[in-house]
Design a binder for this molecule. Structure first.
Ligand SMILES: [Zn+2]
Ligand SMILES: [Zn+2]
Length: 363
């Protein structure tokens, strides 16, 4: 392979587009790429919400629900949240009650509605939705153990619900029950970057929350920041399908990586373009093996060092890199693969995917 690759252009500052323009662009893109239609339209709806054009967002969700989509329960939950944000509270409540009678099997749908009530300050409704979601997904007679969660169809979804429930119950000042103790255990076993350095009880400490409510501005800000960070991390994990990610080091990071750990060249090659080709090859192989929801996770050396230190892993270890890729994906620091054929290539070359890593001649 001796094809010359154009060096990556210097990063230009992102052009600020209004959310409404962005939404219109995404709707056009969805017509162009029917295979990615659902994913693109969900993004478009979020942009309409950012633009506070709730009717347009609702129309997008309705279009997905009427035309058939892969995740109708989650889409309906997003639609319900949007109704609420638009001030159509009664309609939102009725739609939530109807959704619940359908016994969703998608943990994301339970989570979105529970968090909607939590954000609105309706903590009892929120706790009730979290509890009902776990009971439905885990089965009413299943013992409340970490093993039972791991054996369930959607362990991550149940974990999110249990941790959300724990948070709401602390805010309500309720004592721990078995399900709260399970949430504590699940939290202890989370990847370090999702977990932070606190136990769940420290994170959801009712005294700190009360101190915050009593008007200590400093405590209020600290606890809001932490809760917001926690919710944001979970949102981003929730809003995209669980991806199998290949770890990709952009060019400057790759150079730093090779400086620090030259023996990683055994796996990656010494040149960045060899690493790029390796990533594309690996993803094509996974795709041929039938893996769906593939992605590219963007590594950074500093972040990787923090990750391996927190997890007690050796940075040279292949398993550490696999875990790091999964952690990046959970934090939303990944992009799905393959990109649209005419879209920019994932490797950052600035060329179209079909003319860069997606060129069939490079297979
Ligand atoms: Zn606890
Ligand atoms: Zn490329």
């Amino acid at each position: 392979m001796s094809r010359k690759r154009r060096p990556a252009p210097p990063k230009a500052a992102p052009v600020e587009r209004s959310p409404a323009l962005e939404a219109e662009g995404l709707e056009a893109l969805a017509r162009q790429y029917p295979e990615d239609r659902e994913e693109i339209l969900l993004d478009a709806a979020v942009c309409w919400k950012d633009a506070e054009q709730y009717d347009r967002a609702l129309a997008v969700y309705q279009q997905l629900l009427d035309g058939g989509c892969d995740e109708p329960e989650l889409t309906e939950a997003y639609r319900i949240s949007t109704l609420w944000e638009a001030g159509r509270i009664g309609e939102a409540r009725d739609a939530a009650a109807r959704l619940r009678r359908r016994h969703p099997t998608d943990a994301g749908a339970w989570n979105v509605v529970a968090e909607l009530f939590e954000t609105a300050g309706e903590l009892h409704d929120a706790a009730d939705w979290f509890t009902a979601g776990i009971t439905h997904l885990l089965g009413p007679a299943t013992p409340l153990t970490r093993t039972a969660v791991e054996d369930a169809a959607d362990p991550d979804g149940i974990e999110e619900l249990a941790i959300g429930r724990h948070r709401v119950r602390r805010r309500l000042g309720q004592p721990h029950d078995d399900l709260d103790r399970l949430a504590d255990t699940l939290h202890e076993h989370r990847p370090a970057l999702l977990r932070g350095h606190r136990t769940l009880d420290e994170l959801h400490d009712p005294d700190r929350l009360r101190a915050a409510e009593s008007g200590d501005a400093e405590a209020l800000r600290a606890s809001i920041d932490e809760l917001t960070a926690e919710i944001a991390a979970r949102r981003s994990a929730l809003s995209r399908p669980r991806m199998t990610c290949a770890l990709f080091w952009p060019e400057p990071e790759f150079a730093r990586l090779m400086d620090k750990w030259p023996d990683l060249a055994d796996d990656y090659g010494t040149e960045h373009h060899e690493h790029v080709r390796g990533v594309e090859k690996r993803l094509r192989r996974l795709s041929e093996e039938g893996e769906v929801h593939l992605g590219v996770a963007l590594g950074s050396v500093t972040d990787y060092e923090t990750f391996t230190r927190n997890e007690g892993l050796s940075p040279r270890d292949g398993d550490a890199r696999a875990e790091y890729a999964a952690d990046l994906a959970a934090r939303g620091r990944s992009q799905s693969w393959p990109p649209p054929r005419n879209g920019p290539c994932w490797c950052g070359s600035g060329r179209k995917y079909k003319k860069c890593c997606g060129d069939p001649a490079t297979a």
